[in-house]
Write a protein that binds this ligand. Structure first.
Ligand code: IMP
Length: 193
């Protein structure tokens, strides 16, 4: 079965192909002739994952899945959440996003947070959702140089290091994305048999 991963990022496709195994052949958006940026206009992670997967499924008539990830901070009511990439507004980049987050957490008693990844699969008209969560706390200053995004300020529960201080292969064992992918791959395996 050929499945489209609704992303333009070839690294993501290669990474997920390794997890999915040989029974499913993954193709990216370029391979199905989709060169446009996919809209993410919903206000929830499942909403955005669905919007991307549904667009590709209906426009290109191909089985497809999409993902969306956010950092949810408890005391901030789940912010930045679905707005994680653009938290700092027009000046958004990882540095400014983290600086704003640390500022908004000044004086707060709780720094509990979680990363959440949602995958939406559209293999037919019925969307199916898979989720992966990594719980932790937000540190007081950025530390480490691996990874990307909010990794330097996120300490996974049970680790003294931030995600950016862990080697990538360690992060990939516990990450929200890996957990969502594991749930997704387990479902795909049931389709094979
Ligand atoms: P996306 O849905 O994978 O594009 O992620 C949206 C935003 O969430 C990114 O731009 C990052 O700011 C943040 N993010 C997603 N995954 C991670 C991660 O593994 N570590 C740190 N930040 C992340």
């Amino acid at each position: 079965m050929t499945l489209c991963f609704a992303t333009h990022n070839e690294h993501k496709i290669a990474e997920v192909q390794a997890l999915v195994g040989k029974s499913f052949s993954l193709v990216g958006l370029e391979s199905i002739g989709c060169r446009e940026e996919l809209a993410e206009e919903q206000d929830t992670l499942p909403g955005n994952a669905w919007q991307k997967a549904h667009y590709v499924f209906t426009r290109y008539q191909t089985p497809c899945f999409a993902d969306d990830t956010g950092l949810e901070v408890e005391t901030l009511g789940g912010a930045p959440g679905v707005f994680s990439a653009r938290y700092a507004g027009p000046q958004r980049n990882a540095h400014n996003n983290m600086a704003l987050l640390l500022k908004n957490l000044e004086g707060r008693a709780s720094r509990a947070a979680r990363f959440r990844t949602v995958i939406c699969l559209m293999a037919d008209e019925q969307p199916r959702y898979f989720e992966g969560v990594l719980t932790g706390t937000i540190g007081f200053e950025p530390r480490g140089h691996h990874g990307f995004g909010y990794d330097p300020v996120f300490l996974p529960d049970g680790y003294p290091q931030t995600l950016a201080e862990l080697p990538l292969h360690e992060k990939n064992k516990i990450s929200h994305r890996a957990r969502a992918m594991a749930a997704f791959v387990a479902y795909l395996q049931t389709l094979k048999s």
